[in-house]
Design a protein around this ligand. Structure first.
Ligand SMILES: Nc1ncnc2c1ncn2[C@@H]1O[C@H](COP(=O)(O)OP(=O)(O)OP(=O)(O)O)[C@@H](O)[C@H]1O
Ligand SMILES: [Mg+2]
Length: 608
């Protein structure tokens, strides 16, 4: 490539194409790194921002400088070229310093005209570096510049680098963590600004032969291919290091963000006290829930031993230490008990202590999660109390009912039974003393039969109301007798198996068992369609169990769960009033089993 200055004696400019390409690559790559480094300011801590700006500015300055240097080495002039080291160094300072200003401006705001201001500074950085570096050249030629092309070069630098900054910093503000491809746009623009400025400015330069001045100074370096290689490798190494820095800082930022998010999550939990203890049991962290629950602020409690949350008697018994020991040996310790707030008031706490180990397996401390369960336990206790009261009430109603039935049975037996018996005796007297006429005899016989039937009915009624058989012969005999009647009445084969024939039971308990049995057997007759019923009565010193098993259609889940099943409900209520329970299971087509279990020492369970 040869450029000629118009109308003047000239030194022809020839470029080495490979080095020109290399200069372009250096410009883009270094710009990419520079923008990435400076861009970290938007995610870094405030204190770390200046460091990233300086790193970005350094990369940018070196980008401009090494691009310029390689491009100048690409230029073949017919005279040997040397550079003044001090002026060359000054050009670097100009590039880095102005880039720092440009990045600072861009990192604050790139909207509207501000991008132009930042771009102007970046443009001046690029141009300033260029012309300072041109002034560092020592050669047997004079340089003259075409002003309009110089103006164009500066304009390119300003506008294009402004666009690059706007794109780079505007994008970061919008979305963080975009992929490297999206960062290539701004880097290409910035590289373009540097390259465009350089080669336009070189087109503006006209070299004319002139006597060399100051070529003998010791502070000169000669432009050689080796120098080009050294500068390129040095720049590449520096840029690679910069990239490494960005990657490491990204990783660290991600870890930090994760930790911060987790800390926030734990800190903001209000319903649980979540804090950490060191291996000795001293508090090392404190969250909002802990502050709410225990009323200590973090600064009051950090470093204190956690035993201060325990009651003095628990501390005296070594409970806090024991809990840590369990957690350390078994991994975790769970406990529920009374704990103290800062003001000395108590609350019921559910506590889980978990041991925390490091990667090598050494114990580094404990996490402790505490929940206030005072209200929950209070409600549970109240509920249990209500349940107990309800059962007691049911038992009272049950026994009142039985008493009332007994009274009516007695009345029927004593009053009506007596009266009918007297009537029967009187009827006998009439039969003996009235004239023996067939019509009278017939009437008297009919009356006698009615009287017998009524007496029978009365006896049955009384027996139903008050199964005296229980009092006289006990539960097993009562069950046998009812089963016999049942078989006779329904034709369903009924087998009774009594494992403890001579059990003597408390009257209420026997009545309860008998009523449950009656209801179960009545249900078989009414609903099961069974051919056979097996009844088993077992007694141990602790409890009696009664089982009625039929081979009918089997009760369904819906029937079992139906709130309208008052007979089933009554069985259960009766059993519970004695502290026992009734279990009913049905298998479709195979039958139903009703199993009642009643504790011998009848007591109403108060607690749930
Ligand atoms: N042994 C059984 N086999 C099949 N179904 C049964 C059996 N026992 C009960 N059931 C079913 O369960 C339902 C509920 O029984 P429950 O004893 O509560 O009521 P009921 O016998 O219909 O009326 P009552 O309140 O007069 O006892 C019955 O209607 C019946 O459908
Ligand atoms: Mg029933």
């Amino acid at each position: 490539m040869v450029r000629r200055a118009r109308g003047e004696p000239f030194v022809p400019q020839t470029y080495h194409p490979g080095l020109v390409v290399l200069s372009c690559l250096i410009a883009v790559w270094a710009s990419y790194d520079a923008l990435r480094l400076a861009g970290r300011t938007s995610v870094a801590d405030v204190s770390a921002r200046p460091i990233w700006l300086i790193a970005g500015a350094l990369a940018m300055g070196i980008a401009i400088w090494s691009m310029h240097f390689v491009a100048m080495l690409a230029l073949h002039l017919p005279v040997p070229v040397s550079y003044s080291v001090p002026v060359g160094a000054l050009s670097v300072v100009v590039a880095v310093g102005l880039s720092a200003v440009a990045f600072t401006l861009a990192s604050r705001d790139v909207s509207g005209g501000r991008a132009l201001v930042a771009g102007a500074v970046a443009g001046v950085a690029i141009s300033g570096m260029h012309f300072t570096a041109m002034a560092a050249m020592r050669l047997a030629a004079a340089v003259r510049f075409d002003p309009s092309l110089v103006a164009l070069a500066v304009a390119i630098a300003i506008v294009v680098s402004g666009a690059a900054l706007r794109l780079a910093f505007g994008m970061r503000r919008g979305t963080s963590g975009r992929g490297p491809w999206l960062q290539a746009g701004p880097a290409l623009l910035m590289g373009g600004a540097i390259v465009g400025m350089h080669y336009t400015a070189m087109a503006a330069a006209h070299f004319t032969p002139a006597p060399a001045a100051g070529l003998s100074s010791a502070r000169l370096v000669t432009a050689t291919p080796e120098l080009a290689i050294t500068v390129t490798l040095g720049t590449a190494a520096m840029l690679a290091m910069a990239e490494l820095g960005v990657i490491i800082s990204r990783r660290e930022a991600q870890v930090r963000e994760g930790e911060q998010r987790f800390r926030l999550l734990v800190n903001e939990v209000q319903d649980y006290a979540i804090f950490m203890l060191d291996p000795a049991g001293r508090v090392v962290s404190w969250n909002a829930g802990a502050e709410r629950l225990k009323a200590y602020r973090a600064e009051e409690i950090l470093g204190e031993h956690y035993s201060r949350f325990y009651l003095p008697e628990d501390v005296a018994q070594g409970k806090p230490e024991r809990q840590l020991q369990i957690a350390a040996t078994q991994g975790r310790a769970e406990d529920e008990g009374w704990r103290l707030r800062r003001d000395g008031s108590r609350f019921r706490a559910h506590v889980v202590i978990t041991a925390v180990h490091d990667a090598a397996g050494a114990l580094v401390g404990f996490t402790k999660v505490t929940r206030d369960v005072t209200e929950l336990r209070q409600t549970e206790a109240e509920l249990a109390q209500y349940r107990g009261q309800l059962q007691a009430l049911a038992a009272r109603i049950e026994s009142a009912q039985e008493e009332e039935r007994s009274r009516i049975a007695r009345e029927i037996h004593d009053e009506l039974g007596q009266a009918l018996t007297i009537l029967k005796l009187d009827l006998g007297w009439l039969r003996a003393n009235l004239p023996r006429r067939p019509a009278v005899s017939r009437r008297i016989r009919a009356m006698d039969e009615i009287l017998d039937r009524t007496l029978d009915a009365l006896r049955r009624l009384a027996a139903d109301l008050r199964p005296t058989v229980l009092d006289q012969l006990g539960l097993s005999a009562g069950i046998r007798s009812f089963a016999r009647d049942f078989e006779a009445r329904t034709g369903v084969r009924t087998r009774v198996n009594v494992a403890a024939p001579d059990i003597r039971l408390d009257r209420d308990l026997a009545t309860t068992a008998y009523r449950i049995f009656q209801e179960a057997l009545t249900n078989v007759a009414r609903h099961a369609g069974a051919r056979r019923v097996d009844i088993a009565l077992h007694a141990s010193p602790e409890e009696i169990s009664l089982e009625v098993r039929d081979d009918g259609r089997g009760i369904s889940e819906q029937e079992l769960a139906s709130p309208g099943s008052l007979g089933l409900l009554g069985m259960r209520e009766r059993a519970r009033s004695q502290g026992g329970d009734v279990l009913i299971t049905g298998t479709p087509g195979r039958g139903t089993i009703v199993r009642a279990t009643l504790p011998r020492r009848a007591q109403v369970r108060i607690a749930g």
